[in-house]
Design a binder for this molecule. Structure first.
Ligand SMILES: NC(=O)c1ccc[n+]([C@@H]2O[C@H](COP(=O)([O-])OP(=O)(O)OC[C@H]3O[C@@H](n4cnc5c(N)ncnc54)[C@H](O)[C@@H]3O)[C@@H](O)[C@H]2O)c1
Length: 423
């Protein structure tokens, strides 16, 4: 029986053993889904705490390990390691290459490797494939290679199996195998013709969000100047039954996907001598968005005579107290990675303010504890900034404190009181 036929048999009979490399947000979601589907699943991670946490769950069909030799026992291997950017915004493929090298050293005939990490088009074929073939095995003959972008949306309750999965294979056999594998527990599979189309699909989805949110954020400078309510305008435009998709202003986009992947695209475009000025400008607008929030905050504090230690003539011996409400990068989740609140925090402190925070999902961060929203704590504040629009924050308490309140998310749209300042 060929390697492909064996894999088909194992997938269809539920006996395929799945290895998920990187047991973080994406990897653990996939590992739980495959275990639930009935595939014996091993989650691999270099972080022992992730391994322990997964093992403590005692989920049926799922174990975790840092012993990568056990990759040899897997039929299907999904790569879910981080693909961040360096401080200069250049892509950091170190985690991905390291994971690929580890897999390559355990690769054997009859395995299917699926890359899930978000990357620029061409990465799977040009960067990862050469690492896999160093094993001496031939792709499409001995082992199979696929790319399938991950679309999990933290905070969104849509079940994993309901999110259509785009898949592509290095060759026809790889495409058939990845389609069969995911099709066994995901209701809709969208096969595309090449690895690059699948990689680009994820890039397009993220860049689409970046460009549209940055566009709306930029537009607020104009509408604010003219005294036009951007939120009311967007909601009116959204009544158009076709050709308009509402995006809303905010303090800037955080997280590990939307503000990151466009830089992978820009890097790739540069290598191919293509100028993507809209994407480049959208990324710049996003980077600067937190400065606009900080400027607004400082203007409010200066206007109200609150002290700073930034030497700009506004010192009165007292540091302004600023409370940030929400440190996660989006609402109703417990993930603060890459959250824009930290940029705002840092810049406010650089300008002399004393910053504290409240977040119902994050008890401690950066050596600080989430503040309870008591009358005493709120009374000490010179300014409150709503940075994340969690549903379970008692917003009435914030409004009733009658302190200047910058609402970057328009959660207080129902209130018409002068101490609420909108972006
Ligand atoms: N988080 C999301 O909402 C989301 C959504 C879609 C796509 N993605 C993409 O999925 C990928 C993973 O993102 P994530 O949010 O799950 O990251 P994460 O940081 O939550 O998890 C990644 C895990 O990989 C582990 N790891 C790093 N190097 C490893 C190696 N060599 N071998 C084994 N484990 C290793 C880390 O310890 C970590 O536990 C990224 O490319 C990301 O862009 C993320």
């Amino acid at each position: 029986m060929s390697g492909k036929d064996t894999l088909v048999k194992r997938i269809t009979s539920n006996s395929a053993r799945v290895g998920v490399v990187g047991a973080g947000y994406v990897g653990s979601t996939i590992a739980h889904a495959t275990a639930k589907r009935g595939f014996p699943t091993i989650a691999f991670d270099i972080d022992f705490s992730r391994v322990d946490a997964t093992n403590q769950e005692k989920e049926k069909n799922l174990t975790a390990t840092s012993s990568f030799k056990r990759l040899k026992s897997c039929d299907v291997i999904c790569i879910c390691v981080p693909t961040p950017i360096h401080a200069d915004h250049s892509p950091n493929l170190d985690f991905l290459k390291e994971a690929a090298r580890t897999i390559a050293s355990n690769l054997h005939a009859g395995q299917l490797v699926i890359v899930e990490s978000s990357v620029a088009p061409g990465t799977t074929r040009q960067i990862l494939l050469p690492l896999f073939v160093r094993s001496g095995l031939k792709v499409g003959k001995d082992f199979f290679l696929a790319y399938s972008p991950e679309r999990i949306d933290p905070g969104n309750n849509m079940p994993f199996g309901q999110i259509p999965k785009v898949v592509a294979g290095y060759d026809e056999a790889s495409k058939e195998l990845v389609s069969l594998f995911y099709g066994s527990f995901i209701h809709r599979i969208v096969p595309v013709s090449t690895l690059e189309v699948a990689e680009m699909t994820k890039v397009l989805e993220n860049v689409f969000r970046l460009v549209n949110i940055s566009f709306i954020n930029e537009l607020t400078a104009y509408t604010n100047r003219l005294g036009i309510d951007i939120w009311e305008t967007i909601n009116a435009a959204a009544t158009k039954p076709f050709g308009f998709l509402a995006h809303y202003p905010g303090p800037g986009i955080g997280g590990y996907c939307i503000p990151v992947l466009p830089y992978y695209l820009l890097d790739s475009a540069k290598q191919h001598n293509v100028s993507l000025s809209i994407v480049a400008n959208a990324a710049k607008v996003n980077e600067k968005r937190s400065d606009i929030v900080v400027k607004k905050a400082l203007d409010v504090l200066h206007k109200n005579g609150n002290g700073h230690t930034n030497g700009n003539g506004h010192t009165n011996g007292k540091r302004a107290q600023v409370l940030l409400v929400g440190v996660t990068y989006k609402r109703d989740i417990a993930d603060s990675r890459g959250a824009v609140t930290f940029k705002i925090w840092e810049k406010l402190e650089e300008n002399g303010a004393h910053v504290s925070y409240h977040d119902p999902y994050i008890a401690k961060v950066n050596g600080h504890k989430s503040q309870n929203l008591t009358t005493e704590i709120l009374a000490q504040q010179d300014l409150i900034i709503i940075t994340t629009d969690h549903c379970n924050v008692p917003y009435t308490l914030l409004v009733d404190a009658k302190k200047p309140l910058i609402d970057t998310r328009n959660v207080l749209s129902a209130y018409d009181v002068p101490h609420i300042i909108r972006m």
